[in-house]
Design a protein around this ligand. Structure first.
Ligand SMILES: [Zn+2]
Ligand SMILES: [Zn+2]
Length: 159
């Protein structure tokens, strides 16, 4: 009984220091492992490149917190899922709508003029009279070629 009391009251302070240091190291190790796991998952979600994934993990293992900071700066802004949704969105937009060549406003397919700036974005096809974007050289509905060469000729004739 006295021995136990002695042990609790007359402890060696250097021992306590060692114990707490070990505790801190154990804690830091767990935090580091958690960070490495998080970075590994994040890197896989953001890049298909194995080199980038390995580099990110090594960066955090060797530099720890500064490495995490560097990783957060250099990692791709968007995850692969974000990128997939974005390209899907862009594809849908490209198929259904077009932007005004002057002010970049989205124009529904049946608009000839931009409602914002008044720019003529589409012209009726000479053959089938459907609205065809000015940037297209062939009517997508009937295949008629647009006479863009004539314009150049008239301009050069004037000059
Ligand atoms: Zn416009
Ligand atoms: Zn046509």
């Amino acid at each position: 009984m006295n021995a136990a009391l002695d042990y609790l009251t007359n402890f060696d302070p250097s021992n306590w220091l060692e114990v707490s240091l070990r505790g801190i190291f154990a804690y830091l190790f767990v935090v580091l492992v958690a960070i490495v796991i998080w970075v590994a998952r994040d890197a896989v979600a953001r890049s298909k490149s194995l080199l980038f994934q390995v580099f990110s993990i090594l960066l955090v293992i060797t530099l720890n917190l500064p490495g995490l900071l560097i990783y957060l700066i250099v990692r791709p802004q968007k995850t692969l899922v974000d990128k997939y949704h974005e390209t899907l969105e862009q594809r849908v937009l490209a198929e259904s709508e077009e932007t005004c060549p002057k002010c970049d406003r989205l124009l529904p397919l049946n608009f000839q003029f931009c409602p914002s700036c008044g720019e003529e974005a589409r012209r009726p096809c000479k053959k089938c009279h459907k609205l065809v974007s000015k940037s297209w050289s062939v009517c997508p509905y009937c295949g008629a070629k647009k006479s863009t060469q004539k314009k150049v000729e008239t301009v050069s004739a004037k000059a």
